[in-house]
Design a protein around this ligand. Structure first.
Ligand SMILES: Nc1nc2c(ncn2[C@@H]2O[C@@H]3COP(=O)(O)O[C@H]4[C@@H](O)[C@H](n5cnc6c(=O)[nH]c(N)nc65)O[C@@H]4COP(=O)(O)O[C@H]3[C@H]2O)c(=O)[nH]1
Length: 939
């Protein structure tokens, strides 16, 4: 198949170069833009969230800071209030102080304030007065401490609510300690609430450091003293002090929902290392939001740092950035995917388009190849009958060039009118087929063409007509040849059986019409098988061709000579008025074949046996006539060959008998109807029995004894002869065994084997089995085979004979002298004995021959070292002649007919006795021939 006609190859699905780069990159660009926008939106949403949270944080910080400032202001108010009380009641006693402070309900309302105390300023030298006054007020153990002091003392005289710690602080000179002193002096000078830096309160010194501060509010002798610092210093009477622990102060300030904001307080804005207060566990290094605020506490600047703790709920919608991110990514990827699939679809579409285009191109090429290379002639004809196009095969069939054909008017130029009709029909929409034995177009080549004219339409509209042309010349010739082979004999060229039947049928039709007779002559060549077997098939074929020529030359033209097969010919003679007309034809046949044939340098005579049947006398159809002629031919053969016979009623009966015989023979073996007779073979010189030949007989239940000449041909034709031969072999061996046991028989018994047994290939095995079964060694048995059997397949026969010889049996060549072959093969065969055919012995007695053949055979035997026996010796004269020829032995009616085995027992007994005699006592002349009469009908 040409490459153009091959199917499309599987191509990889890669985008073709025609898909633009931009289109291929578009999904990636879209993905990049999508991701960019997503990140931007996410960033914006994060910023918005942060701003919102920052704002909320600021609001909360503002609220917290105000709360803190407010509380401290309230605490300052407490100090101020207490100072007002002291100013109003300078002589206030400790009980009244306690009463006043208890009324403030400090623990509940002012978390972190440890006490509200009052310290009185007194010059150092008036300290004892103060102690005395205090003791007089009920504080028995009151003393001022520490004792070493400056010129001015400010001594803690009242502290409420009463507690062990507060009581312990009584008498403490606060000017003795720098931080306190500093604060008191600022308080004294300013008249405003003044706080210390962060300190550890005296009451906490033992229990552990807790950041605290003390808020001082100075008291004066009268309010006017507050006008200037010096006036205030002059009118200074003491200070109200409120020690405050910072942690409780702040802790109590915030509600639970405010605790997610971390607060750190430092007492100096510069030192933010160690906080006075921290409400979170640890300071966060990088809190999300933080703010530093300052706070004035008693004239002391505090720094307050606010920061959102990790768990801070700053409101807003924190999920929004994540949602934006997820949505953006999803959308970007979806867009990417969609664009990719759109690009892939487009790419696939382009690939498909490419493929379809390629496929269309290929189809175009294929159509063109098909059109140009088609062995069928194709022409396209338009609606005017003009040739639009045609392929080379059409041009070749037409015998014109393509240029001459294109545009030619097919209808005007067609040489055959039927082609014009078919074309007209096609132009009208009808297809048609025809065969023409003309040129396709006038002026073109003549040929035998098969034309098929086919209109081509689309939507019922005629497009053009197609004319297919096939040159069927060769086909027709082949068909004619096949026809010829089907009806004619390939070897001779004569009509065969099929045509003969046809010719007879035709002749019968004519004869019925004209009231004539038809004669059928069945011709079989005598002894043709021998020619074929001995001289070879090609020789036989040449003889058959020569016979055919002579037969044809000898009949009228209206008669038919045919060959049925093998050496059987048939002549059908018409217009036969009388049987004598048929006889004349037969005589002519015999006469024509009478003169010798010369084939391959050899000259010989072939004689025919002819059987004649007549219509309507003998049969009314071909089959019947041939069967009758066949029967008549057999009769002619039986009657001595080389002649003709008309079929008779009796012949028909005989033929039927033959068929009956075949049927009965099949049962004969099984029914035990066969038996053997034995004919002695005698030494010509001394008359001693030297051997015996076993011969088959059939005792038919109705017909009595039947000789082999009648049933053997049937057995051979049907193949029954093989089974029959097996039986003979076994029976003969069994008889040898019996005779051996009875008389110590030591002469061979001969058994005939047919050609079929020989060809069977099993003969040596069967012989060995028969010998073994009867305990025989081999030389007791002699196998007789005819010359023609050997010549059929000389190599196969040699092998069989050698195998038999190896087993020890003797071989005799039967009917010797009747064959056509040269005798050159003899020395190659392991033969022991030649048997001169009885026809030569018979000829001796009637003086036809001068004994040249028997003499030659005896001479041949001697030269080859073979013994020679003559068959059919009936007279003393024949015996004498054989003695003269020094032929060693003979068999024949003269000595004994073939007889059943038991009839030979006396002879064999005698033979045994003779063997026992000394040689001198033996008779010199042969014993008188005493043909033993057969027990049952003479065999
Ligand atoms: N006119 C005349 N005939 C004599 C004379 N002496 C013997 N004959 C006959 O000559 C034939 C000799 O046998 P054959 O040539 O082998 O010829 C045999 C042999 O070819 C064949 N045949 C016989 N028995 C068998 C057998 O068992 N197997 C096969 N395959 N063939 C057998 O049948 C042929 C005919 O056998 P038979 O009828 O028994 O005929 C026998 C025998 O009866 C005589 O003096 N005058």
């Amino acid at each position: 198949m040409s490459a153009a006609l091959q199917g499309p190859r599987a191509e990889p699905l890669t985008p073709p170069s025609s898909v633009p780069t931009l289109a291929r990159r578009a999904p990636w660009l879209a993905l990049a833009v999508g991701l960019g926008l997503t990140l931007f939106a996410w960033d914006q949403s994060v910023h918005a969230l942060k701003s919102e949270q920052q704002h909320r944080f600021s609001l909360r910080v503002g609220a917290l800071h105000s709360q803190l400032a407010d509380r401290l202001a309230v605490y300052e108010q407490v100090a101020r209030g207490a100072a007002s009380v002291v100013t109003a009641f300078p002589a206030i006693h400790s009980a009244e102080w306690r009463h006043f402070v208890d009324g403030l309900r400090i623990p509940e309302r002012y978390p972190g304030i440890i006490a509200v105390a009052y310290a009185r300023a007194t010059p150092a030298n008036r300290g004892q007065d103060l102690v005395a006054a205090m003791r007089a007020d009920g504080a028995d153990n009151f003393r001022i401490w520490p004792e070493s002091a400056g010129a001015e003392r400010v001594v803690n005289i009242f502290a409420a609510p009463a507690s062990e710690g507060n009581n312990r602080a009584l008498g403490f000179d606060m000017m003795s300690e720098a931080i306190r002193r500093n604060a008191i002096e600022r308080a004294r000078d300013s008249g405003e609430p003044t706080a210390t830096r962060a300190i550890t309160l005296k009451i906490d010194e033992t229990s552990g450091a807790q950041p605290a501060f003390i808020l001082y509010q100075a008291t004066y002798r009268d309010d006017r003293a507050a006008a200037t610092p010096s006036a205030r210093r002059a009118g200074f009477t003491g200070v109200v002090l409120t020690p405050v622990r910072i942690a409780p102060l702040i802790d109590g300030l915030f509600t639970d929902d405010q605790r997610d904001v971390g607060v750190e307080i430092y007492d100096t804005p510069a030192a933010t290392e160690f906080p006075l207060y921290r409400n979170g566990p640890q300071r966060q290094d990088a809190p999300q939001f933080s703010a530093m605020q300052s706070l004035m506490v008693g004239g002391q600047a505090w720094a307050v740092r606010y920061a959102n703790l990790a768990n801070a709920d700053l409101g807003g919608q924190p999920w929004v950035p994540s949602a934006v991110l997820v949505a953006g990514l999803t959308l970007s990827l979806a867009l990417f995917q969609m664009m990719r699939s759109m690009t892939a679809t487009r790419a696939r579409a382009l690939i498909l388009a490419d493929r379809i285009t390629a496929s269309l191109r290929r189809q175009e090429v294929e159509r063109h190849q098909l059109f140009t290379q088609a062995p069928l002639g194709i022409a396209l004809i338009d609606h005017d009958g003009l040739i639009m196009d045609c392929n080379p095969a059409f041009a070749q069939a037409a015998g014109l060039s393509r240029a001459e054909l294109i545009g030619a008017d097919m209808r005007l130029r067609a040489a055959d009118q039927s082609a014009v009709v078919a074309l007209d029909a096609a132009l009208q929409g009808d297809s048609g087929k025809l065969e023409i034995d003309q040129p396709l177009l006038m002026g073109g080549r003549r040929g035998h063409f098969s034309l098929h004219v086919q209109p081509v339409t689309s939507d019922r509209e005629f497009l053009f007509a197609l004319v297919f042309v096939e040159d069927v010349g060769d086909k027709r010739r082949a068909e004619q040849h096949i026809q010829y082979l089907a009806h004619f004999d390939a070897l001779t060229g004569l009509p065969n059986r099929v045509l003969l039947f046809d010719r007879i049928a035709q002749a019968l039709k004519e004869a019925r019409r004209d009231g004539d007779k038809v004669a059928v002559l069945f011709i079989d060549l005598d002894r043709f098988k021998v020619i074929n077997d001995s001289l070879g098939h090609s020789f036989g074929d040449e003889v058959l061709r020569s016979v055919a020529r002579r037969l044809q030359a000898g009949v009228r033209e209206s008669d038919t000579v045919g060959r049925l097969g093998g050496d059987e010919f048939l002549i059908v003679a018409r217009q036969v008025k009388d049987p004598s007309d048929a006889a004349q034809v037969a005589e002519k046949v015999v006469a024509h074949l009478a003169s010798p044939f010369n084939v391959g340098g050899q000259s010989f005579v072939v004689t025919p046996s002819v059987g004649i049947s007549l219509f309507p006398d003998d049969a009314e159809d071909a089959e019947g006539l041939i069967r009758c002629a066949d029967i008549a031919m057999y009769n002619a053969k039986e009657s001595g060959r080389n002649g003709y016979r008309f079929v008779t009623r009796e012949m028909g009966t005989k033929s039927r008998d033959r068929m009956d015989l075949e049927g009965n023979l099949r049962h004969a073996i099984a029914q035990g109807e066969l038996f053997l007779v034995y004919q002695p073979q005698v030494d010509t010189a001394n008359g001693h029995i030297v051997g015996m030949e076993a011969l088959i007989r059939w005792r038919h239940p109705h017909e009595g004894l039947i000789l082999p000449g009648r049933f053997l041909p049937v057995a051979e034709e049907t193949g029954l002869v093989v089974a029959m031969g097996d039986w003979v072999l076994n029976e003969a061996c069994a008889q040898i065994r019996r005779w051996k046991d009875m008389f110590g028989l030591d002469i061979p018994v001969a058994v005939n084997v047919s050609g079929a047994q020989f060809r069977d290939g099993q003969l040596p095995i069967k012989v060995a089995r028969a010998l073994d079964a009867n305990g025989l060694t081999g030389p007791e048995l002699e196998i007789e085979v005819t010359e023609s059997t050997l010549i059929e397949d000389i190599d196969g026969a040699t092998a069989t004979l050698n195998a038999l010889k190896e087993r020890g049996v003797l071989i005799a060549l039967d009917d010797f002298g009747t064959g056509y072959s040269s005798l050159s093969y003899l020395h190659r065969l392991p033969i022991d004995k030649l048997k001169i055919d009885r026809s030569f012995i018979h000829d001796l007695s009637i003086g036809v021959s001068n004994a040249s053949v028997p003499r030659a055979i005896v001479g041949l035997g001697r030269s080859l070292g073979l013994s020679v026996i003559a068959e059919g010796v009936e007279t003393e004269e024949q015996l004498q002649l054989l003695r003269d020829l020094t032929c060693e032995s003979y068999q024949g009616f003269l000595f004994s007919r073939p007889v059943p085995a038991e009839q030979l027992d006396p002879l064999l007994a005698k033979l045994t006795a003779l063997r026992a005699l000394p040689i001198s006592a033996m008779p010199v002349s042969p014993p008188p021939a005493q043909p033993t009469a057969p027990a049952s009908p003479a065999p």
